[in-house]
Design a protein around this ligand. Structure first.
Ligand code: GLC
Length: 349
């Protein structure tokens, strides 16, 4: 009698706990947006480039202003990608502490975006020493993510995504990158269980390197690609590419059948990969440098944006108010041809 009573209580309590556990699991699954939904919500965004990704903010001519976020929202963008050079604001020895003043500056930028109802893709950008000697910087790379993930773990999972590294290239090879990404992800998952994490392939996030990307079994990943083809058009006169880029000056882009076919074919490849691997695609950067002529830039920008949308990719233009700038900060005005190419509803205004 006594033991039956005990068993009944035991079953009741265990059953209750089981229901609670399943219930909680269900609740969390139901609340977390799926990667596919998140990608749709990102829509069209813009990179706040050359600001927090410069060695020091302002050194490359861009210091973020609260007004920029309002302007971006009003123009019709739905997210900002925030490139951040954490490596020039952190200690060189363990525990590689990130300067808290810099962290607060990044927090300020996220807050401005959030107050303007813009989603945020927060990344790590231009850790140049890591690209040159990945093995030597592996531990520091992970230590930076440990701190970033802890600092920003309370940001809404519906609004803020983390991108582990912009354009892994140079000495960062695929096998190394796949392994390091898996480690970084496992660490970030400790305090950001359901956050959307963005990851792209080596070779500057190129479409052609997608096949080398091997991802852990994690449903909350967005895969990013960057698109600057034809490179001689988009990077004509780009000082950071090298002296030969001067020879490309005058290259135009008219949106000819052949040019559109090349663009479509590249995006078809990315989409094929995405379908095969069941991953949504985020085109995190595209655009043409200001040395190209404006009609070509506008046509190109519109064609890439439209093709991305047709392929189901979300996209972010590179970038807001610097060398590729959609906005001219000197005269406080959008470059209408580019803005209209990005946000069709504004055309004619
Ligand atoms: C990459 C680089 C950035 C550059 C852009 C266009 O994002 O990190 O510095 O401006 O591509 O070349």
């Amino acid at each position: 009698m006594h033991s039956t009573n005990f068993m009944a209580k035991f079953c009741f309590v265990t059953g209750f706990l089981l229901v609670m556990t399943i219930g909680q699991g269900y609740l969390q699954t139901a609340l977390a947006v799926t990667a596919i939904q998140y990608n749709q919500n990102l829509g069209t965004g813009i990179n706040l480039g050359n600001a927090l990704d410069a060695p020091k903010e302002g050194e490359w001519g861009v210091t973020l202003e609260a007004d920029y976020f309002r302007l971006i929202k009003e123009a019709g963008f739905s997210h900002v990608r925030l490139p951040v050079r954490w490596s020039s604001h952190a200690g060189l020895q363990a525990p590689y502490r990130i300067d808290p003043v810099f962290t607060e500056r990044v927090r300020w930028a996220i807050k401005q975006a959030r107050q303007n109802n813009l989603r945020v893709v927060l990344n790590m950008h231009h850790y140049e020493e890591f690209e040159v000697d990945p093995d030597a910087h592996r531990e520091r790379f992970l230590a930076l993510w440990k701190q970033i993930s802890e600092e920003f773990k309370n940001e809404s999972i519906d609004q803020v995504a983390f991108e582990i590294y912009n354009e892994p290239a140079k000495k960062i090879r695929a096998a190394f990158w796949n392994q390091l990404f898996a480690e970084a992800l496992a660490m970030v998952r400790k305090n950001n269980r359901d956050r959307i994490i963005v990851v792209g392939p080596v070779q500057w996030n190129s479409v052609t390197a997608l096949d080398t990307l091997q991802l852990p079994d994690d449903k909350n990943l967005l895969v990013t690609i960057h698109y600057y083809e034809p490179f001689h058009f988009t990077h004509q006169g780009a000082e950071w590419v090298g002296a030969e880029s001067k020879n490309w000056l005058g290259t135009t882009w008219s949106g000819s059948a052949e040019q559109i076919a090349a663009l479509k074919s590249d995006f078809d490849k990315a989409q094929k990969w995405a379908d095969a691997h069941q991953r949504p695609i985020y085109l995190g950067e595209f655009g043409a440098y200001s040395k190209a002529d404006m009609p070509s830039r506008a046509k190109y920008t519109q064609a890439v944006r439209e093709n991305a949308a047709q392929h189901g990719f979300s996209a972010a233009y590179w970038e807001f108010c610097s060398g590729f700038g959609a906005y001219n900060p000197v005269i406080h005005s959008w470059r209408k041809a580019i803005r209209d190419a990005l946000i069709p509803t504004k055309a004619g205004h």
